[in-house]
Write a protein that binds this ligand. Structure first.
Ligand SMILES: *Cc1c(COP(=O)(O)O)cnc(C)c1O
Length: 223
């Protein structure tokens, strides 16, 4: 089983250009699967539930970088910040951002986050709308953050076989990042563009993704 993971991981890595970071999405897979990927050299993993992350962190090596990529409820912010994830990718509202900032300040840490932007066709996906996102930066509300650093954007494309639509979604997110950078040239460390999953990551890379979040292509189907 570990050798399957090692082989799949190597196959995915072989398709990634230099400078594109692989977030191995281990949600719903046991700690043993993470250990298998770790043994094959992977250090960056993504989890989507606080409870599951809380179980895996103490069970696995401490030099793993954990990215939180799931919808986060305000009442789980304290627990998540306490786990000191390397990056919270899925900040999908200003209210949640405020809660993370307050908790990070209280806990004496600085949280690194991405803002999740909703560009997909599906209503069910979370995130700032493009207008909310640009409005947030235009108002320079980020200057009020005391213990949170916004490191970039995260997004999911529409869940469709229509390649043109997926390309358009990724292009829109890349353009939003450029627009924000032009609007706020003094923003520092706003470098991350996390987009692309197992089925569409090649399109995301073509559009400028710096991080791809890949689960199924490495670990197989989730149980
Ligand atoms: C589950 C998940 C992924 C990985 O999806 P795969 O199709 O298994 O590669 C990527 N991003 C987010 C936000 C996810 O929830």
């Amino acid at each position: 089983m570990d050798s399957d993971i090692a082989r799949a991981l190597a196959a995915v890595r072989a398709t990634l250009p230099d400078g594109v970071h692989l977030v191995a999405v281990s949600k719903f897979h046991p700690a043993g699967a993470v250990a298998g990927a770790y043994a094959a050299g992977q250090r960056l993993f993504g989890e989507s539930r606080v409870q599951e992350l809380a179980a895996k962190v103490p069970a696995l090596p401490s030099d793993i970088e954990w990215h939180f990529i799931g919808h986060l409820q305000t009442n789980k912010v304290r627990q998540l910040v306490g786990l000191r994830p390397a990056l919270i990718e899925s900040v999908d509202s200003e209210r949640l951002l405020g809660a993370i900032d307050a908790e990070s300040l209280r806990a004496g840490t600085v949280s690194r986050v991405l803002l999740q932007v909703h560009v997909a066709a599906e209503e069910t996906k979370f995130g700032f709308s493009p207008d909310e996102l640009t409005g947030y930066f235009r108002s320079r509300a980020f200057e009020g953050l005391r213990a949170t650093h916004i490191c970039g954007l995260m997004a999911m494309a529409s869940n469709t076989d229509d390649t043109a639509r997926v390309e358009a979604d990724f292009a829109r997110v890349a353009a939003l990042k450029k627009q924000i950078e032009a609007m706020c040239p003094d923003l520092r460390g706003f470098d991350v563009l996390s987009m692309g999953m197992s089925h569409d990551y090649r399109l995301a890379i073509a559009a400028g993704a710096t991080h791809v979040r890949i689960g199924t292509a490495i670990f197989g189907d989730r149980v």
